[in-house]
Design a protein around this ligand. Structure first.
Ligand code: NAD
Ligand code: MG
Length: 384
């Protein structure tokens, strides 16, 4: 049976790699829904190549050019943020590959869960913003949430076959990003183009900056808590610059399982799409005959303070992760536009976390409000 895939965010780094997996396995997967924000050119190209049922361009100013380009086909074209949420509710697909970046991916994913769709989750922000509500809704609708994030895919793979065996902790590996070993006197002068050079992974701009500031690992700690029902103390981060071990699980007998491979996001994408099966791939293999060292070290929390802030949000819970995420999105966006410096990202996140009222048990609406307040406050700190 062919699994019908809805790729939310098909023009991004994860979205494009998802289409590569589909192209390699046309007998197993089809692309039914493709969505993009502003890149209509690539969306049109993808639509013509994969012939989906539906495309959505979130930026409604681009509607006419997409509609015109696809006029000779029977592909339905929708536009606007509202359409993203509506299309997520449709019956014509089986699995949502949630690959929109940031908070924008939250509502469509929540809608898909409400409709009982299996979720392959790349958009970690969805769980950071309102993990309790998302997981509860998934539980109620018996929806599997299969992680695409490489670390969480690794943990998920380590847990297969373990049933109710008790997990002592999970160990998230982090490459350390391009500024591993650097100190604040160096980071204060870092510019966007340097921060966009990741040593091991080629990703979208936001997650690349998050990797350089280590916020990405902080978001992933929160993501891990929700995906695997962990206490904050059960989530540890270790720097592993080679990115060969993608993460580990330590069980109550002290045994540690690791999942390894060359860094290639197509592997966790394909795993999530084909689960519970493993299917063939031609991805390059790790070669143990080539001399190499796998090394591990503690993260430098004094320099990369974003990770400490995310740990605080993980510990205190409530709306604090949502506030952290919103402020970080605004700050990263400003850094990418050369409006603020690299270390200002942390300062903005910290000040916003201190400013916005803390709520221990927010409702969904209160999460939306916290997100909005945090965004406004963070934005007010940027001098245009
Ligand atoms: P990207 O920036 O390359 O792509 C983002 C996609 O989302 C694009 O298709 C874009 O059109 C769409 N989008 C952006 N803003 C939108 C909006 N406001 N409304 C609707 N659509 C919007 O990002 P990416 O690197 O592919 O990352 C996607 C998600 O996956 C992120 O949450 C990221 O943290 C996560 N992730 C990415 C990688 C990676 O290797 N790239 C690895 C692990 C996790
Ligand atoms: Mg990751």
């Amino acid at each position: 049976m062919v699994k019908r895939i809805a790729i939310f965010g098909s023009t991004g780094s994860i979205g494009k790699q998802t289409l590569e997996v589909i192209a390699a396995h046309p007998d197993k997967f089809s692309a039914e829904i493709l969505t993009a924000y502003t890149n209509e050119k690539l969306l049109i190209e993808q639509a013509l190549a994969f012939n989906p049922n539906i495309v959505v361009i979130a930026d409604d100013k681009k509607y006419h050019s997409v509609k015109e380009a696809l006029a000779g086909t029977d592909i339905k074209v929708f536009a606007g943020e509202k359409s993203l949420n509506e299309v997520a509710l449709m019956d014509n697909y089986d699995l949502m590959l949630a690959a929109i970046v940031g908070y924008a991916g939250f509502k469509p994913t929540l809608n898909a869960i409400g409709k009982g769709k299996t979720i392959a989750l790349a958009n970690k922000e969805t769980l950071v913003v309102a993990g309790d509500i998302v997981m509860q809704k998934a539980f109620e609708n018996k929806v599997p949430i299969i992680p695409v994030d490489s670390e969480h895919s690794a943990i998920f793979q380590c847990l297969v076959g373990e049933g109710r065996n008790k997990v002592e902790k999970v160990i998230l590996t982090a490459s350390g990003g391009p500024f591993l070993g650097k100190k604040p006197n160096f980071l204060v002068n870092v510019k966007r183009d340097h921060a966009l050079q990741h040593p091991n992974w080629s990703m979208g701009a936001k997650v690349t900056i998050d990797s350089a500031t280590l916020m990405n690992k902080g978001l992933e700690m929160i993501e891990a808590k929700w995906l695997f029902s962990l206490q904050p103390e059960q989530v540890q981060v270790v720097i592993h610059p080679q990115s060969i071990i993608h993460s580990m699980v330590q069980f109550e007998d002290g045994s540690i399982k690791a999942q390894m491979g060359l860094p290639d996001m197509k592997l966790p994408i394909q795993y999530a799409m084909a689960f519970p099966q493993r299917i063939h791939s031609n991805f390059p293999r790790y070669d143990f005959k080539k001399p190499s060292t796998l090394s591990f070290e503690e993260p430098d929390l004094r320099t990369f303070r974003n990770l400490a802030l995310a740990e605080e949000a993980l510990q205190r819970g409530g709306n604090l992760p949502c506030i952290l995420n919103a402020a970080n999105e605004i700050a990263v966006f400003a850094f990418l536009r050369n409006k603020i410096g690299f270390l200002d990202i942390t300062a903005m996140v910290e000040q916003t976390m201190n400013k916005i009222p803390f709520l221990q048990h927010p409702t969904l609406n209160e999460y939306f409000e916290s997100d909005g307040e945090a965004r406004n406050y963070a934005a007010s700190m940027i001098h245009m």
